[in-house]
Design a protein around this ligand. Structure first.
Ligand code: 5GP
Ligand code: ZN
Length: 113
């Protein structure tokens, strides 16, 4: 049997998770293993494995607008932040449900590892 998708389980409330946002299309919650003082994941409610499978530009746009709104809520807009979508093996994607990382609260290095 196929492994259940953990992010779909979060959307359905099967894994108790404090949501930071719950809109028509998206939910947002804090990363379990934060890589910065603010580390939030923004995901579409509808399952899509990665950016490579994301054909809905409206949902992608809503994810970015929500990220900016959460950055203001977290008070990191002025200092800056990073938004990241890892795609596939070389991109470092470990959960096969599209997600946008919002990272902030510290200075980020470039290039990424
Ligand atoms: P990726 O490496 O796929 O870009 O990011 C997946 C992220 O999901 C990782 O940063 C990881 O810490 C986070 N993560 C994995 N499982 C869970 C979970 O059950 N709950 C939460 N809140 N985050 C998770
Ligand atoms: Zn899923």
């Amino acid at each position: 049997m196929a492994e259940p998708c953990i992010f779909c389980q979060i959307v359905r409330g099967e894994i108790p998770t404090q949501l930071m946002a719950n809109t028509g299309d998206c939910v947002a919650f804090r990363d379990l293993n934060p890589q910065a003082p603010t580390h939030i994941l923004i995901i579409p409610k509808k399952h899509m494995a990665s950016l490579d499978d994301a054909m809905d530009g409206q949902v992608l746009g809503k994810m970015l607008v929500l990220a900016a709104s959460l950055a203001r809520q977290e008070k990191i807009s002025r200092t800056g932040y990073r938004t990241v979508i890892n795609t596939g093996a070389d991109g470092g994607q470990s959960v096969a449900h599209l997600h946008l990382h919002l990272l902030g609260g510290r200075a980020m290095a470039w290039p990424p590892g």
